[in-house]
Design a protein. Sequence first.
Length: 452
Amino acid sequence: MTSLGRLLMAGLLVVPALGCAHALDPSPARVPAPDPRYKADILVVVAHPDDDTAVSTYLAKAVFDQGKRVAVIFTTRGNAGPNAVGLEQSKALADVREMEARRSLAARGITNVWFLHGQDTATQDVLHSLETLGHGEALEEMVRLIRLTRPEVIITWLPAYVAGENHGDHQASAVVAVEAFDLAANPTAFSEQVSAPRYNRGISNYGEGLRLWQPKKIYFFSDATHPDFLKGHGPTYLATEVSQARHVPFSQINLEAWKEYATQIDFGDAGLRAYANAPEHLILGKSLVPSDITADVFAGVDGRPIAYTPPASSSAPAESGITLTLGGPWSFYQQFYRAHDLGALANLVAPPQTALSSDRQLWVPLLLRNNTNDPQDVTLQQDLPSGWTAINPPGAYHLDPGGVWPVQLFFTAPSASAGAPPQRLHWTASIHGKPIGSAELSVYLEFNGVPQ
């Protein structure tokens, strides 16, 4: 007997029968699906524990009545501010407020919650908050979490300078959310996040194994103290409505959520009820699916993924001559809106507005630009309402060709009664007595809540 015959008889050599080889082929391999535990319909991006209460009515409606999955990202842990129930401050206060946030959100059926590493910064200036947040690191983490949660809709603070609490951290969370909205489906943005791991069950691995994801809509909300300009730019949700699932007004659910934030309830029952009963006006920043502006948040959203949609190129129009504009956050936002296709926001707050610091002082940054090929000497004059005091009046400025002069002005405002109308401050730039540009700011004579 041959060697082959002996092996066959011993059962040590198995030869598949002709025509049956396909029966032993393995099933086609499948890529493991994204972890379904973290899939979100709505991703809320805010700055501090308790910011979520500003959209509590809508979130309760979405979770309880519509069955939506909601996740929340806080860009800080709320490590500053008053403590209404104890002495804990700084890092200890952050530990307390993180737990308060988790309990408050859990009461509304929301358990997927992440905290970034920003510092609670007492400012109204978005650029200052972006600096202390760590803009690049926060953006990387925001893109990562969008790719992990794969939200259909993002809801965040309004990226605009308004009279209200107007916290710079609120604005910074919105800026990073918008940037991440536009980057999460871009394969060249933080590519290591979407790189497949060599072996997903091993150690000493690399490549995060996430998927590209394009959210479909982004909405904004605001704590402006003069909110009329918000109406009509998106849907409105009323706390007086009754939850179909809970059979109580949303205001009652809002109160339950607020009471978990004990360290921050440094106001009486009347103030608490005012917060719980406030209407919520959402602003549609942009939608990548067909949707009416004031329609429900999920109008046009069918749950199917959509392709990467980069922002359209929208560079600023070329400027000529000498120009005078508001600087600082106001200048930043006009560039930001163009870069991210947020045309709906470009003239939302018009004229530009602000409110005062607690000492009734006001900071106004102006930008003088020389868009010519010749040096220019420019005189800046101002027109102030009665009672205003200029701490450092403007004067004459020499501008080199293509140069920019950042003029920093400071003022003291007069006293005013509650509810006084805003006052207009006006500046005019001129050369040899001929006006060549102007800027204006509307100022509410009230305290904005954090240093201006």
